[in-house]
Ligand binder design. Structure first.
Ligand code: GLU
Length: 545
């Protein structure tokens, strides 16, 4: 077989040579140990929480080593590409604090190692593919869909491993005449890699996360260029990561199964392999069983979920870090106020078997993060969330900023700040009773109290409420009201003989709380009343009476 002739017959229009391309991609000048990583999504418009998990790993490895983190768009599958897919990726990751040094930008490229969209790199892939043909390492396959299906059916019936290998690789040893004949008929073909692997051979491979693993050689002649001359993921991966100088490939562990093929490709192309970090999948507990978080079943699989629910970006970052590095939480406890970037991220502390995603834990982290913010910050974040998601609430917040900030100040600062807000979307409910047009009576005073007793207590409060009283005097007044109405003012005394009273001062406070806030639970009632102002307080008490 004259491989040079075959190469010309198959790709007559490809004139460039690998050396021409190599010359366009000089070696990167970087400090010793600098890592070059890339985030390489398909622009499908959907970003999975697993993508962020990977992107954080890429970003941290590059930026803690003085390296480069770039964005490559894997848009070889036109069917999966959406028009604004790239801006969705860039904007969404930016929201989560992930910024690229180089790569695809919304309207083009930023960097010297592009083009960063695979759809613009056809000539590059074809150049290397043509070289493989010249070297006898790739060949055309003219099988039709029906023929491939017949092969699959036969393999299934005989319980054989599926794939294009051995006796099933029907075009592997075709003659130039057979190929020429098909080309004359204008038959379409794919280009396949000629595998020299044997599944009886195992090799050791060192993965940066999984450590030493055994992999089985690949014997399948996989497709490297599709019939339209566009590469498969595998081929594009080898060519791009080589040319773009990637030192560390961080990708989901589902790619491990095709790693043996990638090892062959790098070797056949004469490229040095990058290091690989195969990340464990993000799992969740479902009825006690662990399973992959699914785009179809779990709303929390989508990154947009965290934004629309109003999780602070810092909380999501913080939480993902606890999933990514097993020593992060310990570090956080020792360094509560340190910048997250100061943490020494390492692949050595990454989970090998799967990271269990737990929304409750994220909520707890989120509450902690928000509890450390000032009221002003909480106001700004809530407002910007509301402006995108709840225009009515945004208007309310803007109508009196000082009032809103005072509400959000309750229990803030100090050693033990309140931790009751986890999401911006929950702030509305949290503050609703401060606004007459949002106020609703959620709880009622329990039936076991005599209505006339409740009314008597509330009326007494109404008569005596002094907005200017200090908290101690205000409470002394409530105790007095309790005492005058048969409710024990002293809890200790009450516990000794509850039957002797209609109730206690705690019950009196509860009547007031329900009357004023419409709820059994609220922040400190004195502060609440101070913020609401006398008119509102008395109007609500009157209503309850
Ligand atoms: N486009 C591939 C994906 O989205 C990239 C995998 C990789 O990072 O190599 O899964």
């Amino acid at each position: 077989m004259d491989n040079n002739l075959l190469a010309e017959l198959l790709y007559p229009n490809v004139k460039t040579l690998p050396a021409d391309i190599e010359a366009r991609y000089p070696k990167r000048e970087l400090p010793e140990g600098a890592k070059v990583t890339r985030f390489a999504p398909s622009p499908t418009g959907f970003l999975h929480i697993g993508n962020l998990y990977g992107a954080f790993t890429d970003e941290r490895l590059a930026h803690t080593s003085g390296g480069v983190f770039y964005l490559r768009i894997e848009d070889t599958d036109a069917k999966r590409t959406v028009p604004n897919g790239i801006s969705i990726i860039i904007e969404t990751l930016k929201k989560f604090g992930v910024n690229f040094d180089e790569g695809a930008v919304i309207d083009g490229d930023n960097g010297a190692y592009g083009p960063y969209r695979q759809s613009e790199r056809a000539e590059i892939y074809q150049t290397f593919a043509k070289q493989l043909i010249r070297e006898g390492k790739a060949y055309p396959c003219f099988c039709t869909e029906a023929e491939l299906e017949a092969i699959r059916n036969k393999q299934e019936a005989e319980k054989l491993t599926p794939g294009y290998y051995g006796e099933f690789a029907v075009w592997r040893d075709a003659s130039l005449e057979q190929i020429q004949e098909k080309l004359n008929e204008n038959a379409s073909f794919v280009l396949r890699f000629r595998s020299e692997g044997n599944i009886n051979n195992k090799l050791k491979f060192n993965d940066q996360i999984k450590g030493d693993i055994d992999v089985t050689e690949n014997d399948v002649d996989h497709v490297i260029l599709k019939s339209d001359g566009i590469p498969t993921y595998h081929f594009a991966h080898a060519v791009d990561d080589h040319l773009m100088g990637t030192t560390h490939v961080i990708r989901d562990e589902s790619w491990l199964s095709t790693l043996p093929f990638h090892i062959q490709l790098f070797k056949a192309l004469g490229f040095k392999m990058p290091k690989y970090c195969h990340t464990a999948q993000v799992l969740k507990l479902d009825n006690g069983n662990k399973r992959k978080i699914s785009k179809r079943k779990d709303p929390e699989a989508a990154l947009t979920y965290y934004h629309s629910q109003g999780y602070p970006v810092e909380a999501v970052r913080e939480y993902l870090m606890t999933l990514l590095n097993s020593n992060f939480e310990e570090w956080r406890i020792a360094n509560p106020n340190a910048d997250i970037e100061e943490f020494k991220f390492t692949t050595k502390k990454m989970s090998v078997s799967g990271s269990l995603f737990d929304l409750d834990k994220l909520n707890d982290i989120s509450k902690n993060v928000i509890s450390r913010m000032t009221a002003e910050e909480v106001y700004e974040y809530t407002l910007s969330w509301a402006e995108e998601n709840d225009a009515e609430f945004a208007d309310i917040l803007k109508s009196d900023k000082d009032y809103a900030v005072r509400i959000l100040s309750i229990g803030r600062g100090g050693k033990k700040p309140r931790k009751d807000i986890a999401l911006w979307s929950k702030v509305k409910n949290y503050v609703s009773f401060f606004y007459d047009n949002l106020f609703q009576r959620v709880d009622t005073i329990p039936e076991n109290f005599d209505k006339s007793d409740v009314s008597a207590v509330l009326s007494a409060f109404k008569e005596s409420y002094d907005e200017n009283a200090e908290q101690n005097d205000w409470f002394a007044n409530i105790k007095e009201i309790a005492n005058n109405n048969g409710f024990c003012p002293d809890m200790k005394l009450y516990k000794q003989d509850p039957a002797a009273f209609k109730g206690s001062v705690a019950d009196v406070s509860m009547f007031l709380r329900v009357a004023v806030t419409g709820r059994m639970n609220s922040p400190d009632l004195y502060e609440v009343m101070q913020i609401l102002g006398k008119d509102r307080v008395l109007a609500r008490v009157t209503k309850e009476i």
